[in-house]
Design a protein around this ligand. Sequence first.
Ligand code: ADE
Length: 236
Amino acid sequence: MPLRIDILTLFPEMFAPVLGTSIPKRAAEKGLVSYHLTQLRDFATDAHQSVDDKPFGGGPGMVMMCPVVFDAVERVEAQDARPATRILLTPQGRPFTQDLAEDFARRERLLLIAGHYEGFDQRITDGLRPVELSIGDYVLSGGELAAMVVIDAVVRLLPGAIGAEAGAADETFSEGLLEHPQYTRPREYRGMQVPEILLGGNHRAIADWRLEQRKIRTRQRRPDLWRRYAERHGEV
Ligand code: ADE
């Protein structure tokens, strides 16, 4: 059974180029995943097709309304018997990480809610209890790009989505280390050389060198990740 991904959004057209390209596209063609887009505005109840309104108490911007989101979630969920993991994209959410991507890749069904405007009525999260996710400490104009980031990170982890040669083994964040430097032809470019060790064919030495490079990079660039790795592996 493919992973079913439902996306609730005011801008479904934003998703086509991303889901229709590269790995997300091929994963769907291989039957590993299916994407289902729902226009939130179809669930508006008034003549103006409103999905948002001014905040009670005043203040700038508009707030996504409860009835639209509740009705959309309930209707879409009823389209398939499998329970959905509800995900709401918001800068207030928990930081999205590779560990969460791996967790989501093992689910049967994900339902992502992307909002625009200043945010969601609090009762949407109180009532629907989604996982609230942020893709970083910056504010996007809507949750759509964040939803696409989550989908891309999840779909590429589905078994068979990427070639075996690209397997997760050495990837950035596997084991909590950044990736080592990579080189390809030519051996020399504008006076810059490929490290000699990579040309020798000594696989053991190459693996040792790569691991060392990963540690050096992680220590220099991401002391936060390094501390966690070092604690787990008894490094200093
Ligand atoms: N919506 C707006 N900004 C966002 C962010 N950084 N992460 C997730 N959803 C968002």
